[in-house]
Write a protein that binds this ligand. Structure first.
Ligand code: SAH
Ligand code: SF4
Length: 361
């Protein structure tokens, strides 16, 4: 390759940093770029933007995997209903509160409750759970990641004290969505849920897996444009990891390099967003969490679930849940962060609205 295209790519990175957007061709050129120097330049710019806003500090969220029961059959997920090999569990309210107590003692001020989309008809169970956590931990943020629920339940959970909701849109391309889901699931329904969550007032997170079967660079450009328009407060990007006993068991895993490029693009486009270095990234690459942070991520989500259920929350195989990926391993995480010049931020770390340029007028 000659120098000219590389100079052009660096110019694109500069433009993305200053203007926070590119043309579709511009995104595509950066996603396709394989030059190590340009990729490092992209990560460096994203890292600078994150450090300017947050300092060299990484927010921690305690992840509690409250149930692996799911009625859906997303083809990419080990929790899918048709995976009969998985032993199912659901934590009780008191077990979940115990996880929160343990997490609070360790310094966590955000709890993320995640689960499959269970068949429970009794929605009041969730409301009572959120109320109980809110009562006992008034200074903590409660993040939910429970999948698609009816709007009235989203509203009641918000009124009960939940603050944030994570619901990745997974792919914005309709044909690709169909490749990843069974016929009874609706992409429009998921996108509608995201709109409702934002309207209700949740800090809302969306995102994608990188490298799901059938995903193309054009799909990724569509995802970038959707996320740009939606303006989520949180953006979750992790590589696809093939799970055993699913239709995608023999598919290749997503690319770490592409995941890192996307993290950097999103940091440059959304300087204030909360962007985790995901567990999937840490699972796939030995220093994935550090690489994610050096590409512009500013959140990690150590596992606070009871150690005996962690292996059963098998969205994919060999999911990291020990060492620096575990809540008990915070000291190890602190050392890992220290090695790259960062430290843990123990506060709640809510999304802070960007100062609008119009406010200065
Ligand atoms: N049931 C809820 C939350 C649990 S799944 C929901 O679907 O929203 C949380 C996320 O895990 C999903 O949004 C998906 O992006 C990710 N995930 C699922 N299977 C995965 C896999 N095989 N590799 C990597 N990430 C996966
Ligand atoms: Fe269920 Fe979520 Fe897995 Fe889909 S991704 S099968 S909804 S747990």
């Amino acid at each position: 390759m000659t120098d000219a295209p590389l100079t052009h790519l660096r110019t694109l990175v500069d433009r993305l940093r200053s203007e926070r957007r590119l043309s579709a061709d511009g995104y595509k050129a950066l996603l396709l770029c394989a030059d190590a120097g340009v990729c490092e330049y992209l990560h460096e710019q994203a890292r600078q933007v994150a450090v300017e806003r947050f300092g060299q500090r990484i927010f921690i969220r305690g992840l509690i995997e409250i149930s692996n029961a799911c009625r859906n059959n997303c083809l990419y997920c080990g929790l899918r209903a048709m995976n009969r090999k998985l032993r199912r569990y659901t934590l009780s309210q008191s077990e979940i509160l115990d996880c929160c107590r343990a997490g609070y003692r360790l310094g966590f001020r955000t709890f993320v409750l995640q689960s499959g989309e269970d068949k429970r008809g009794d929605n009041t169970w969730y409301v009572k759970l959120v109320e109980a956590i809110r009562r006992e931990f008034p200074d903590c943020a409660i993040t939910l990641s429970l999948g698609e629920k009816p709007p009235f339940l989203y509203r009641r959970l918000y009124q009960a004290g939940a603050n944030r909701y994570l619901l990745r849109h997974e792919t914005h391309n309709a044909a690709h969505y169909r490749q990843l889901h069974t016929a009874h699931m609706s992409q429009q329904h998921r996108l509608d849920c995201l709109v409702q969550l934002k309207e209700i007032g949740y800090q809302t997170g969306t995102g994608i897996m990188v490298g799901t079967p059938g995903q193309t660079v054009d799909h990724l450009v569509e995802d970038i444009e959707y996320i740009r328009a939606f303006r989520p407060e949180m953006i979750g990007i992790g590589p696809f990891i093939p799970p055993a006993d699913t239709p995608f068991a023999d598919q290749p895993a997503g690319s770490v390099g592409m995941t890192l490029k996307l993290l950097s693009l999103f940091r440059l486009m959304h300087p204030a967003a909360l962007i985790p270095a995901t567990t999937a990234l840490a699972t796939l690459a030995p220093n994935g969490r550090q690489q994610g942070i050096l590409a512009g991520a500013n959140v990690v989500m150590p596992n606070l679930s009871p150690p005996e259920t962690r292996a059963q929350y098998a969205i994919y195989n060999n999911k990291a849940s020990l060492g620096a990926e575990s809540a008990e391993g915070l000291a190890l995480l602190a050392r890992e962060l220290n090695d790259i010049g960062y430290r843990i931020a123990y506060e709640r770390g809510d999304y802070q609205q960007e100062p609008s340029p119009c406010n200065n007028e």
